[in-house]
Ligand binder design. Structure first.
Ligand code: NAD
Ligand code: UGA
Length: 442
């Protein structure tokens, strides 16, 4: 059993904290957001993540996890301080390190015993050294013993607990090998491969992994757009490619492009780092361009079917979170598409199973509906933006009667186009080309 402090109780911090508690450690989760900590102490989760509430409740009852805003209390006798604060995009695309800096300074201020500082936030290569410098400077010349270990996190929202408990790998980077070994022990019971590298290499593994996954998605989206024009079906192309073990099927689902709190900011930050250090990140630029255009392309396709204008048109959108099983709307493709539609004077109504509270704050210009059928009522087109399970088996005969014009835009290739066309819908998919070179419409 180890005593662990986790700084930041967002997706990564809260999941890390509760999973380490579940593995038998004593975990003190710390946040500067008082409301968040009060709610956590009252059993209210700050985010929607499947399975999170149950595992938190179990560990609160077992007195293995505690929530506080008090740095001194949380760090008292902690062997490990995990940093899991946000690293959003700065003005120029760089990672904004202000929260990491504040966390490092606070640790330097209050710690009075030797400690291993483990960074889980996604940070530019070199940040581990930078954080160590901040702590040393703040302490002056005293003899505080500390080591910095980079431990990038690879969990996905929507399956975060599972991803943490069954990781493909654990990456640890440090110049202090024995500190990295101590962190490795925290993960031993998960029986995952553990890779120990130097600090900078571990930091780069995180960016390279996210950038590669984003590249896979942009690649298949580019292929999808070519499929549209040439009459091939990208879903089967992805299946055919994916059977090659060197390629793999995952992250080859064509759609509206990648969103979320990480891919967009991380690809941007890696490109920024590259330019700052005399490299030309041409591939990363193309990956971002393709992604941006994927949203515009669907608006273009729909405008064409609507005879060239969105004026006086009402559009329904199903799904507002950036992916299913989360209420996170950061950089969600749906939001970008909605703004493009609003700019062209369309009226928009939408529904999401979990993101309605966030949507009310972020998209005050649209009407929020109570379910998919309410969203279909009176619209000229219905767009599937996020592939929540509850949108997969809709009563399309009912939807056909509810819509003003029966146009379906399947932004995630989830629906059966043949059946929908039989009902009478105009169906627009992604890369499902219909051999007429007309961009997949019919
Ligand atoms: P988040 O925005 O959900 O949560 C960050 C939390 O840190 C907030 O609750 C905030 O109040 C708190 N915080 C900020 N400054 C603080 C400070 N000085 N002291 C204590 N608490 C502070 O962020 P997130 O999505 O959990 O991401 C955290 C980091 O992990 C980012 O670098 C991100 O790139 C990376 N990451 C995220 C995911 C993901 O799925 N969200 C996955 C892997 C890695
Ligand atoms: C992603 C990575 O998968 C995690 O390994 C990483 O830890 C995390 O970013 C992070 O650094 O924050 P996440 O953003 O939660 O996780 O979700 P993903 O499942 O990767 O999906 C990201 C986006 O890509 C979503 O908008 C999703 O709809 C899109 N996507 C995904 C596709 O368009 N096609 C696919 O085949 C897969």
């Amino acid at each position: 059993m180890s005593k662990i402090c986790v700084i930041g109780t967002g997706y990564v911090g809260l999941v890390t904290g509760v999973c380490f508690a579940d593995l038998g450690n004593e975990v003190h989760c710390l946040d500067i957001n008082e409301k968040r900590i009060t709610e956590l102490n009252n059993g209210i989760m700050p985010i929607y993540e499947p399975g999170l509430e149950e595992i938190v409740e179990r560990n609160v009852n077992a007195k293995r996890i505690f929530f506080t805003t008090d740095y001194e209390a949380a760090l008292s006798q902690a062997e490990f301080a995990f940093i899991a604060v946000g690293t959003p995009s700065g003005v120029d695309g760089e990672a904004d390190l202000q929260y990491v800096r504040e966390a490092a300074e606070k640790i330097a201020e209050v710690v009075d015993h030797s400690i291993i500082i483990v960074n889980k936030s996604t940070v530019p290569v070199g940040t581990g050294d930078w954080a160590a410098d901040i702590i040393r400077k703040k302490r002056g010349n005293d003899e505080l013993e500390f080591s910095v270990v980079s431990n990038p996190e690879f969990l996905r929202e929507g399956s975060a607990i599972n991803d943490f408990m069954q990781p493909d790998r654990v990456v640890l980077g440090s110049f202090d090998h024995s500190a990295a070994e101590k962190v490795a022990k925290l993960y031993h019971s998960l029986r995952a491969p553990i890779l120990i590298t130097d600090l900078r290499t571990a930091e780069m593994i995180k960016y390279a992994s996210n950038a590669f996954l984003a590249t896979k998605i942009s690649f298949i989206n580019e292929i999808a757009n070519i499929c549209d024009e040439l009459g091939a079906d990208v879903r089967e192309v992805a299946d055919g490619m994916g059977l090659d073990k060197r390629i793999g099927r995952s992250f080859l689902d064509a759609g509206l492009g990648w969103g979320g709190s990480c891919f967009p900011k991380d690809v941007k930050a890696l490109a920024h780092m590259a330019v700052l250090h005399n490299s030309q990140p041409q591939l990363l630029q193309a990956v971002m361009d393709i992604n941006r255009n994927q949203r515009r392309r669907i608006v273009y396709k729909l405008r064409n079917v609507l005879d060239g204008s969105f004026s006086e048109k009402k559009i329904g959108v199903l799904g507002l979170s950036f992916k299913p099983n989360t209420d996170d709307m950061r950089e969600a493709p749906a939001t970008e598409i909605i703004y493009l539609l609003l700019n062209e004077n369309a009226a928009v109504q939408a529904y999401d199973p979990q993101a309605m509270e966030n949507a009310a704050a972020e998209l005050p210009e649209i009407t929020l509906c109570k379910d998919p059928y309410d969203t279909a009522k009176g619209v000229d087109a219905l767009i599937l933006a996020t592939e929540w399970n509850e949108f997969k088996q809709l009563d399309f005969n009912r939807i056909f009667k509810l819509m003003r014009t029966p146009i379906l835009v399947d932004g995630r290739n989830q629906w059966d186009s043949t059946r929908l066309r039989e009902i009478g819908f105009t169906y627009i998919g992604i890369g499902q080309g219909n051999h007429n070179g007309n961009g997949g419409q019919s």
